[in-house]
Design a binder for this molecule. Structure first.
Ligand code: ATP
Ligand code: MG
Length: 345
């Protein structure tokens, strides 16, 4: 598979026999707002490609995880349905993909208990992504869920025995933890879980308009579903630097290079070529080019999304079906886990 060439993370100790015959993909998005271009170029494109190559695609909408960095899950139903619309618009095929929510899958959530016993408090505490999220959180106190959600995420991945996880760079520590949990479970109780590989894209960390990771909850994102005008306004306000001539230098000029990369991704070109073309037109020229590229690339997607949005009952039906399918898979895995642990059923 092409996927294996992009991110050939070697997995020492993968358990033979526990891996599904065909690759199985699991990934997902918190229902905290509309998907943005970071999602699209970071993971969504890869999901659709892998699905179209015939792999099983599971998409989790982790509604419990919304509570890691806020007191209540705001407008949850609306956000969940919005994510499904974004998936459909991007090419996720509901006849091949299983879309489900945490809260609807009790057996999946139960895996969290044995999984938590397999990791130390110190391991949970030194996760760099969790530290970054705490730094950006508006909450006064850090919740226990903030430290334990990566183990919950291991349950998302392992309940369906996924072996490939297309995600952004922020998820690497969580995938490492997932492999650790799988390995320790297998060593302690016998072979049940594969050790899943991480699949990163060419844009594993797209920056937002403020120069930090583009995130739904940081007010710095360009939504896939945004209008052309809104896109233009947001890009116009994006942070750049004082050097007039545009170049592609992600280390030295992260904000400018991010806009260059975004333009290049939308046009299927090299970022160096885009930077050279904009050249002395400066930040304003770059922003104009980026706006045009984004709006052209996403126009058909936005139109499809608007069509799907006409019929939310279809979206709800897809979620019911996905939850039922994921529930069956989770029940089977939980039964295996309880057998392996010697729990009577
Ligand atoms: P929130 O602010 O609510 O945490 P988010 O924008 O970080 O939202 P998530 O739902 O946490 O989005 O992440 C969903 C997936 O998208 C993950 O695989 C994550 O790695 C990927 N992703 C998120 N932001 C980016 C980004 N800026 N660049 C590349 N990938 C990203
Ligand atoms: Mg996030």
């Amino acid at each position: 598979h092409q996927a294996h060439q992009i991110e050939p993370t070697a997995v020492p100790g993968t358990v033979p026999g526990a891996v599904p015959a065909k690759d199985r993909i699991l990934t997902g998005d918190r229902p905290t707002g509309p998907l943005h271009l970071g999602h699209y170029f970071g993971t969504l494109q890869n999901r659709v490609r892998l699905q179209n190559e015939g792999m099983d695609l599971f998409l989790v909408i982790p509604d419990y995880q919304v509570l890691t960095d806020r007191d209540v899950a705001d407008r949850l139903a609306e956000h969940v349905e919005g994510l499904v619309l974004d998936y459909l618009a991007a090419g996720v095929d509901p006849s091949r993909a299983t879309i489900f929510t945490h809260s609807a899958i009790p057996a999946l959530n139960q895996l969290l208990l044995p999984f938590l016993s397999l990791v130390s408090v110190a391991e949970l505490g030194r996760n760099p992504t969790v530290k970054d999220e705490i730094a950006h959180s508006r909450q006064a106190a850090v919740s226990g869920l903030m430290f334990t959600y990566p183990a919950h995420q291991a349950a998302d991945i392992l309940f369906c025995k996924a072996n490939l996880v297309p995600v952004g760079k922020d998820q690497e520590p969580h995938l490492e933890l997932t492999r650790t949990i799988a390995r320790r479970f297998n060593e302690r109780y016998g072979p049940v879980f594969p050790e899943p590989r991480t699949l990163l894209s060419e844009a594993p960390l797209l920056l937002g308009t403020d120069g930090t990771k583009m995130s739904k909850s940081r007010g710095n994102s360009l939504a896939i579903r945004a209008s052309s005008d809104e896109t233009a306004r947001l890009i116009r306000g994006a942070k750049t630097d004082a050097v007039r001539r545009i170049s592609y230098d992600p280390e030295g000029r992260p904000e400018v290079s991010n806009l260059v990369l975004l333009t290049a991704l939308c046009q299927g070109r090299s970022p160096y070529e885009v930077a050279a073309e904009v050249g002395d037109a400066g930040a304003a020229g770059l922003k104009a080019a980026a706006t045009e590229a984004v709006n052209a690339h996403f126009a058909p997607l936005r139109a499809r999304r608007a069509e799907y949005a006409q019929d939310l009952s279809y979206v709800r039906e897809l979620l019911r079906e996905g939850n039922a399918r994921a529930g069956e898979v989770a029940d089977r895995t939980l039964a295996e886990v309880r057998d392996a642990m010697g729990m009577r059923r």
